[in-house]
Design a protein around this ligand. Structure first.
Ligand SMILES: C[S@@+](CC[C@H](N)C(=O)[O-])C[C@H]1O[C@@H](n2cnc3c(N)ncnc32)[C@H](O)[C@@H]1O
Length: 339
């Protein structure tokens, strides 16, 4: 689409709504790419994100539709826009809150700082660039090195209208799981009791709670930093969360010591070793049965299905390494009752 100059119609997202509105506009091809509003929108003190929409779009109708998805205020404003030069990022990167993270691969060896400075100049809303050396250890945390901008220890990451505290380098975080969080949360039926065995900072658990259909969510993680961040996020999103969340900081293998077999849905998002915890999950399944979502690393769908006894389907969720993927394998398990 060619860049547009002059007047343009924009949607302004309210607090907590920016990422959700951007995604909605992009997914529905309503975003006017190649244009940038000249003014930022500041109703009181906070600068709110402004998104130019395509000329033919009925912005008021979009606003009305969007208000049902996210409760933040969305305004329609007329402002002037300038054409934005198309910038091709020198490398792929992820943005977590106000931080961009790049992989320190062979591809940029020797020019890490230069690439980081370029990102800092061109990516809107970031204040720092970090390089990821590896994702390591039991807690699956990123080993990060600072490359450009400010030193940031904790950032706020927004997903589906919720905000998460992220202590960088201390917890697992992957914005590419955002769609998967929504896919699973939207499957939860009224009255379900959900166990998020490896909850991390709570991407599945908080969204399930916000949708409000479950009766209870138990969110567990062995990493105390992840649990502490999740508790912070529960406080931050207090007004949006509906289902109570019970947060535990335990080795998942120990969960049957403190939990009864009441769960109708169990999420096992620890792709490297989730299958080692399958027996634990079966022991916590409700007597009426449960759905277990097991994440595994595999080359093909068949390989993923074979890794998990009782599997009914396998869905590719993320790329992992060359020719390796993360699959979600779903299991419809029968309850074993209280053993
Ligand atoms: C892939 S991350 C989970 C990501 C999270 N579900 C999300 O959607 O962002 C795996 C998590 O499992 C946790 N973990 C690893 N071993 C564990 C264990 N034995 N018991 C409980 N949690 C564990 C790690 O600390 C890490 O936060």
């Amino acid at each position: 689409m060619p860049p547009e100059q002059g007047r343009c119609t924009c949607l302004v997202a309210g607090p907590w709504c920016g990422e959700a509105l951007r995604r909605y506009l992009k997914d529905n091809q309503l975003l006017l790419s190649g244009s940038r509003p000249l003014k930022k929108y500041s109703p009181i003190r906070t600068m709110l994100p402004v998104f130019p929409v395509r000329g033919a779009v009925d912005a008021t109708a979009v606003r009305d539709t969007f208000l049902q998805i996210c409760e933040g205020v969305v305004e329609v404003v007329e402002t002037s826009c300038e054409a934005r030069e198309k910038w091709e990022p020198p490398i792929s990167f992820t943005v977590v809150g106000d931080v961009a993270i790049i992989s320190l691969s062979e591809e940029i060896r020797g020019r890490e700082k230069e690439v980081a400075e370029e990102l800092l100049r061109n990516v809107r809303g970031i204040r720092a660039v970090y390089g990821k050396e590896v994702t390591e250890g039991e807690y699956r945390v990123q080993r990060l090195v600072h490359l450009a901008g400010e030193i940031i220890e904790v950032t706020e990451y927004r997903e589906h209208g919720l905000v998460y505290h992220v202590p960088l380098g201390k917890v697992y975080i992957n914005p590419r799981l955002s769609a998967e969080h929504y896919r699973i949360a939207s499957q939860v039926a009224p009255g379900e009791v959900v166990l998020d065995m490896f909850a991390g900072i709570g991407g599945f658990s908080l969204l399930i709670s916000a949708l409000g259909r479950a009766e209870l969510v138990v969110a567990n993680d062995a990493n105390p930093w992840a649990v502490s961040a999740m508790l912070d996020s529960i406080k931050l999103n207090k007004k949006k969360l509906k289902t109570p969340i019970l947060v535990l900081n335990m080795d998942a293998k120990e969960l049957p010591r403190v939990l009864r077999p009441v769960f109708t849905r169990i999420i096992m998002n620890l792709p490297h070793s989730s299958t080692e915890f399958l027996d634990t999950a079966h022991r916590l399944c409700s007597p009426q049965g449960c759905i277990i979502h097991v994440y595994v690393v595999a080359r093909t769908r068949e390989e993923a299905l074979n890794l998990v006894p009782g599997s009914i389907s396998a869905t590719r969720v993320l790329d992992y390494a060359p020719r390796k993927f993360i699959y979600r394998v779903d299991v419809a398990a029968e309850g074993r009752g209280d053993e």
